[in-house]
Structure formats: C-alpha cells, structure tokens
Write a protein that binds this ligand. Sequence first.
Ligand SMILES: C[S@@+](CC[C@H](N)C(=O)[O-])C[C@H]1O[C@@H](n2cnc3c(N)ncnc32)[C@H](O)[C@@H]1O
Length: 445
Amino acid sequence: MMAVRNARVQQPRALATTLVYQVLEQGDSLSGSLTTALAGIDDPRNRAFARELVFGTLRWCERLEFVLGRLLQKPLRNRDRDLHALLLVGLYQVLLLDTADHAAVSETVDLARRSGKRWAAGLVNGVLRSALRQSQALLAAADAVPAARWSYPDWWLRQVQADWPDDWMQVLDGGNRRAPMVLRVNARKSTRQAYLARLADAGIGAQPHSCVDSGIVLETPVAVDSLPGFRSGDVSVQDAAAQLTAGQLGLAPGQRVLDACAAPGGKTGHIAESEADISLLALDNTAQRLERVEENLQRLALKAACVCADAGATDDWWDGQPFDRILLDAPCSASGVVRRHPDIKCLRRASDLQQLPAQQHRLLKALWPLLAPGGILLYVTCSVFRSENAGVVEAFMAQQNDARELPLDVEWGSRQSVGRQLLPGEQGMDGFYYARLIKGSTSAS
Ligand SMILES: C[S@@+](CC[C@H](N)C(=O)[O-])C[C@H]1O[C@@H](n2cnc3c(N)ncnc32)[C@H](O)[C@@H]1O
C-alpha cells in the first residue's frame, strides 16, 4: 500500500493512513505500532497531527464508514482497501476536524495518486469534494442511525444500552472524548505538592486529581521526556482510575502479594511504590509484555519477581505459599478505555463477550485457592460490560462459599450488585470495575 513501503514516513497523512489500514485490515492493535511509527516523524507538530488523524479516524470510524457508504457507488475491491483507509482519514479531516479543507483534499488526492492506481486520484477527489458539498445532509443522515451517530459497532451499542439503560449515552459519549494525560507521583520519591511545584517550574500546567492522592491531571498532554524526573522514576503516566487500585488492596509490611495479570506493569509499579516491605510476584502470560513490567520497575528502581506464566495454570508457577493479597486485573474487552484506545472499537467482536467472561471466571477460580484465609482478592477490569464484571464475580461467589464481598468504602463510581463501576469520563477517569473479595469470615482491610 502507498504509505507502508517507507518505514520512516514523515508525512502525517500517509502515516495515519498506514496505521488505520493496519488496524482495520490486519487487526493490529495501535499499542504495538503507534509509538514506533510516530517516532519516525521529526517535527513534533506533525507527530501530534498524525496521532490526531489516527485516533480521530478510528474513534469516528463507524460514522465515517456510514458516510463513505453513501458516497461510493460501489464498495472498493479487497485489493483497494488501502484507498478505503485513505478515504476514511480524508473524510475525518473534511467532516469532523478543524483543518483547512483545501489542504486536506489536495494532500489526500496526492497520496492517492502515489498509490500507482490511475483512477484513484479522481475517485478520492470526487468523494472528498462531494463530502464537503453535502456535509450537513450526510451528517444528519448518520445521526439518524444510532451506530453511526455514536460511532460504535451495533452489537456494542446495544449491549451498552442493555447494561446501562439510564446511563448508556454517558457511557458512549465518555468513550468518544479525548482523555487527559494523568500522572502518578511516586510516593517513595516525592509528595504530590512538591511534584506540582516542579511541573509549574517547567511551565507545565497541572491540577491535583480529586479522587486519588497520587494523581495529577495535566492541562495539555506532553512528551514523557519533558516531565521532570520521568527517567529517574519520580512519576509515571497512569489514568486516575487505574491509580485507585493499589489503595484498595490494604497493603501492609510483610505481605505476600500477587499481581496475576501484570503487564505492562502500571499497577505493579504502584503497588511496589505504595509499600516497600512486601514480597511481590508479577505474572503475565506474554513474554514481550512482561518485559515492559521489568522496564517500568527498573525505571522506578523497584523490585518484584516477574514470571511469564498462565496465571490459571497454578501448578506451573506457584510455590505453595499462600498470598495475602491478589490483584486480578483481568484480560477484558477494554471497553472502558476506548477514549485512550479507539482502535478497540474496531478490533473487538461480539463473540469476545462470550470468551472473555469464561476466561475471567477461569482465572478467578484458579487463583482463589492461593489466597490465605482472611486474604483479599481484588478483581479489576477496564470494561463497562456487566458480563465481564458483576456477572463474573456473582457467578464465582455463587460457587465459592468462602468468598465474601468486602465493599469498597469510597466516593467514586457507583455501587453494583457486587463491586463498583466507574463509567468512562466519570470524575475525569477511565471506565473501570472493581470487586473486593475476602476469604473466610476473618475481617481484614
Ligand atoms: C488488563 S491487562 C493488565 C494491565 C496491568 N495490570 C497494568 O496495570 O499495567 C491484562 C493482562 O493480562 C495478561 N493475561 C491474559 N491472560 C493471562 C493469563 N492467562 N495469565 C496471565 N496473564 C494473562 C495480558 O497479557 C495482559 O497483559
């Protein structure tokens, strides 16, 4: 395809088209490709523009697909899907982004010309100019179709409506908004107040987060290297909702703590920062992702044993010593964090909602016997779907009579039949679910 050939593509529109193509046609996740791809663009403004094009096109993909369907006389052939991605990126600019229309059209047409298909430039020019001429009517038609209005796959939208009959618009809208950059101050190195002063000295506008003592919200996202002390572990980038986790574990000196699904290690780092004198085991079943945990711990100058294993196959890695605390930050749909990962909207399938709860239940069931009597297991997902959240925990508790809920005594989120849910955007945070279970009748916390 036109933009893929050169690994160091400097042109933001070409790079964005490549990345959108890889997500839509190859099922690639952006987290694997975005940072490396953007590093190939030297100019920071062009880098930011490329990121905006990728995020915006994927965030509004269903909406743009609807419009494109109206503008194309017939769908493009499989071998022309590169142009399909180019058209979506072009439509995002002319319909939804505040960029100069003439530059958007001429540069997109120019990229089409470079595809080597003689007819492509004419087609792209025709589609984008028609979109500009008919923009109001096209967007009004999209607004009449819920999946196109909210820009989610139809199955996803219907599931959110079923799970959140009173809040479904808030859930969908929250997932479509741009997320702020949030920092976690390393309590071992500094106080939040002191770090806020360093940010102010560096000219970076920021506010403390109201729900979590370690959290700082930046007024505008910045490159991590411009954060004072980032390389030496004074601070990490982590949404405030994720920062709520460590505090709910009731950590204390001498505990054995398991972080069962740890990569890339955001919560592992926070656990290790929060309590120095614990023995911490971080597991993940993906070696490459586990390396990220090790890198993060190294940057923070903290220690944990890192093991690559299936958390559910406990015979393979457990030494027989019970854990006082288990964090199961389970693999999930990530439907609560689409504002940060819009590619998820395009990558998830309805069938995932059958497989994921089964996997979550399997992990919960396998890990429970490893918990000491009176110990606490915190089950966490970044999902808004009930079947991955209260659905899993309720089914588990129905089978496990030594599991009792230890409700979270907090101000954020809303109480569920079991556990607590934060919806995307609520109090500025990502969408997360938490359920805290205690083993046996002994009280702990
Ligand atoms: C939601 S992410 C964890 C995020 C992490 N706790 C953090 O805060 O950075 C889920 C992780 O579970 C891992 N995973 C999936 N299935 C697993 C399994 N059976 N055993 C261990 N890890 C698993 C995935 O590789 C992924 O890294």
